[in-house]
Design a protein around this ligand. Structure first.
Ligand code: PEP
Ligand code: MG
Length: 592
């Protein structure tokens, strides 16, 4: 209740998931989902055609507005964000939605507004109950479309956000894609939401806009009122409601330190990622969207170490054809050349599903038909993707890698299909790089344990530690109840990493690491000491990690790795990592 919220004047600290880094202090703007007052009234059977016509007019206007936002996003070169709005257009065209509203107008003989809310609620409830994270996240699309439609029926325009004229932190249950798409950085300097995960649209958008954001806060929208002072710490995932003067002073000092460190980090942009004793490592970027290329360049990453190609599909919620894929890869490769761009073939399945794909529902999808398994099950589709990658290979420095490989047979089959894709293009007279390099991701213990065998068939490895940790420790990477067991520094994980690196080097191939571990400056020395040749991470993490590389010597890093490999538990390893960092780069401890 609003009144009870007003009586709470003390500071409240909420812990959520930090999805976009940075700290900001500003008044809150509460975006409520139920801000539109609805009046229900009866109509006569003769009124039904008129009511349906009124609804249809609002649908047309809604479609026009969504398309206008899409066009604007395309103009701002945010093509993949624009395609998110395809999901909204699909909701508008879905029989379960508008046709159902029309049917109920005739049946219930009431005006359209309350029916839209009821039907949208039912539709959202069905999606929310599905055992599929991607579809569950579509709930927000349905609610957004319903809100826009209601506003148009009632004659109100735009979103409450478009009326903001001063800097605010937006607080909401969740933010719909069309809302985040119309955010203006001048007035929205951060956001905090009850729902959301690092893969939700709003998280993706916040990172793209580079505004601090924290999601998954549970009930922040019920604890905050418009005008409350808020502090968001996107690095630590904290939201502080009505921060005390002491808190602000403490953050003021941290902010000052951060500013100094950031200035120093920005100056590192042109410097090599080289240890104090001259050992060079490659720092590259993980990207999901074509327009992230700008951030790759801005933060000084040396190319793309992981292009998660499945996001092309997920952002459009459909299969993407050869031409469209080739165009996306070409855009990235051309803009970054001569720097390498490693395109990972589709990693669908697990928790990444398409609405309309022929993927079967499985009881244990992370151990099911995921990634390369799915690609090999649909060879024609896989070859289509390989042709798209090959076509882009003449426009820059393109490599490709296969995800979630469990045995050498899969690599051999994938390489065979790669040769067939090359033959297809040759027959069509389309140019491509005949010597394109293929690698495998090491994400399954069986791959790490047989890395010697796999190394014979590829040009590089990339350790996908996000999955390697979950499969080694039997810990679902998305389940917060077992998160305490998800330990990147667990001795078993370190042994598998070491085994993979040694096998690769014995075969004269290089090894990257593109899991989240790569972006943690506390672990940089450890990974260097274990012998990785490349670290790939979110673009904005590159400066900090480069700082960590430049602070240490290879001798210290190797000593740390040797010590870590003798440790009996992950906490001890982390303790040694922290100790070394406090000696060589204490300022980093403040920032992580
Ligand atoms: C990984 O598993 O470490 C990885 C980089 O792939 P993803 O996070 O996309 O599964
Ligand atoms: Mg993975």
């Amino acid at each position: 209740m609003a009144s009870s919220k007003r009586t709470e004047n003390q500071e409240i600290v909420l812990q959520g998931i930090g999805v976009s880094p940075g700290v900001v202090v500003a008044p809150a703007f509460l975006l409520t989902t139920d801000a539109i007052p609805l009046i229900k009234h009866e109509i006569t059977p003769e009124d039904v055609p008129g009511e349906i016509a009124r609804l249809e007019k609002a649908v047309i206007e809604t479609r026009r507005q969504i398309k206008a936002i899409q066009k604007d996003l395309l103009r701002r070169a945010a093509a993949s964000d624009a395609s998110i709005l395809d999901a909204h257009l699909m909701v508008l065209d879905d029989k379960m939605f508008i046709e159902e509203v029309i049917r109920q107008i005739g049946e219930r003989l009431i005006n359209a507004e309350p029916i839209i809310r009821d039907v949208a609620d039912q539709y959202a409830a069905v999606l929310a109950s599905l055992d599929d994270e991607y579809l569950r996240e579509r709930v927000v699309d349905v609610k957004d479309v319903a809100r826009r439609l209601l506003r148009n029926l009632l004659g109100a325009t735009g979103s409450a956000l478009t009326e903001l004229s001063q800097r605010h932190i937006v607080v909401a249950e969740d933010l719909a894609p069309s809302e985040t798409a119309s955010l203006r950085k001048e007035v929205v300097c951060g956001f905090a939401t009850d729902l959301g995960s690092p893969t939700s649209h709003s998280a993706v958008m916040a990172r793209a806009l580079e505004i601090p954001a924290v999601v998954g806060l549970g009930d922040v929208s019920r604890r905050v009122m418009t005008g409350d002072q808020l502090l968001i710490d996107g690095n630590k995932g904290l939201v502080i409601i009505r921060p005390t003067p002491q808190r602000l002073a403490q953050y003021g000092k941290v902010a000052e330190q951060r500013r100094l460190v950031e200035q120093r980090l920005a100056a590192l942009r042109q410097q090599p990622a080289e240890t104090r004793d001259g050992h060079r490592i490659v720092l590259s970027a993980n990207v999901e969207r074509v327009d992230e290329v700008e951030a790759v360049q801005q933060y000084g990453a040396e190319g793309v170490g992981l292009f998660r190609s499945e996001y092309l599909y997920l952002s459009r919620n459909r299969v993407v054809g050869e031409d469209e894929q080739a165009q996306a890869y070409t855009d990235v490769a051309t803009r970054l050349k001569p720097a390498p761009v490693i395109i990972r073939t589709l990693d669908l399945g697990g928790d990444k599903f398409l609405h309309d794909a022929a993927f079967h529902r499985e009881t244990n999808p992370f151990l099911g038909c995921r990634s390369i398994r799915l690609s090999l099950m649909y060879p024609e589709h896989f070859k289509m993707q390989l042709r798209a990658i090959l076509r882009a290979s003449v426009t820059g420095n393109v490599k490709l890698m296969y995800p979630m490989v469990a045995n050498a047979g899969e690599v051999l089959r994938a390489n065979e299909l790669l040769e067939q894709a090359k033959a297809d293009l040759s027959a069509r007279g389309v140019p491509f790089d005949k010597d394109i390099e293929a690698g495998v991701m090491i994400e399954i213990p069986s791959a790490a344990l047989t890395a010697d065998v796999l190394a014979e068939h590829v040009k590089f490895f990339s350790l996908g530690t996000n999955d390697l940790i979950q499969y080694t420790l039997a810990v679902d990477r998305k389940n917060e109840r077992v998160a305490y067991l998800y330990e990147p520094t667990h001795p078993a994980v370190l042994k598998l990493i070491k085994m993979t690196i040694d096998a690769a080097h014995r075969h004269g191939i290089w090894v990257g690491l593109c899991g989240e571990m790569a972006s943690q400056p506390l672990l940089t020395a450890l990974l260097l000491g274990l012998g990785v040749d490349e670290l790939s991470m979110a673009p904005s993490a590159v400066p900090l990690v480069k700082d960590a590389v430049r602070a240490v010597t290879m001798t210290r890093a190797r000593e740390l790795a040797e010590l870590a490999l003798t440790c009996k538990n992950g906490a001890d390893v982390l303790g040694y990592c922290r100790k070394l960092t406090s000696e060589v780069a204490p300022e980093l401890l403040e920032l992580v």
